[in-house]
Design a binder for this molecule. Structure first.
Ligand code: AMP
Length: 193
């Protein structure tokens, strides 16, 4: 099994690259943001609870997010590996994921950290808002809050995996294909070891 974490601030290109990586490595894509958005569209209790946090650019509480992630993984016993996009976003989420994988004698192979500056993120997300329809992309204050939350709560997750030599920084600027090539280069190096 190959389990990868696609890591980086909101708007760093995780979703776009995940779709391409899923195809190349035959993985199941899990985006917690997408899962929350479908809960919201279905107007479930979980969706309504999550929406209040998402609208402010805050994180949905760990117990809700981890429970949802576990259910999604359990729904794919056939998976040859997972690509986690937007998860884990806190240290407790990373610890829960490590335990879940260890329970089935699996582990994270690599964390690929897309590096993009705050100013570039603001520009990209304001642009994305024109087509994504996402209210959390349309407001600069909310975008900057999401970036701050990333620095405070999510960036430590990369350090957690760096301690076990699993974190790999990847330049997140350039064309979609250039970034994809860089990611594939990092992943193939890890898989060759
Ligand atoms: P994303 O689509 O990954 O940018 O996520 C959109 C929003 O969903 C985030 O700003 C959070 O409010 C929420 N969210 C997504 N994934 C997580 C997570 N792993 N932990 C907590 N909140 C999350």
């Amino acid at each position: 099994m190959i389990n990868l974490i696609l890591f980086g601030p909101p708007g760093s290109g995780k979703g776009t690259q995940a779709v391409k990586l899923v195809e190349k490595y035959n993985l199941v894509h899990i985006s917690t943001g997408d899962l929350f958005r479908s809960q919201i569209a279905e107007k479930t209790d979980m969706g309504m609870k999550a929406k209040a946090f998402m609208d402010k650019g805050e994180l949905v509480p760990d117990e809700v997010t981890i429970g949802m992630l576990k259910n999604k993984m359990l729904a794919h016993p056939e998976a040859e590996g997972f690509i986690f996009d937007g998860f884990p976003r806190t240290i407790p989420q990373a610890e829960a994921l490590d335990i879940m994988l260890a329970d089935s004698k699996e582990e994270i192979a690599a964390v690929l950290e897309l590096e993009v500056s705050e100013e570039e993120i603001v520009e990209r997300l304001l642009n994305r808002a024109k087509t994504s329809g996402r209210s959390d992309d349309a407001n600069e204050d909310i975008i900057r809050n999401r970036f701050q939350v990333y620095l405070e709560k999510t960036a430590p997750v990369a350090k957690h995996y760096a301690k076990v030599d699993k974190a790999h920084k990847v330049n997140g600027l350039g064309s979609i294909d250039d970034i994809f090539e860089r990611l594939v280069g990092s992943i193939d190096t890890v898989l060759a070891c």
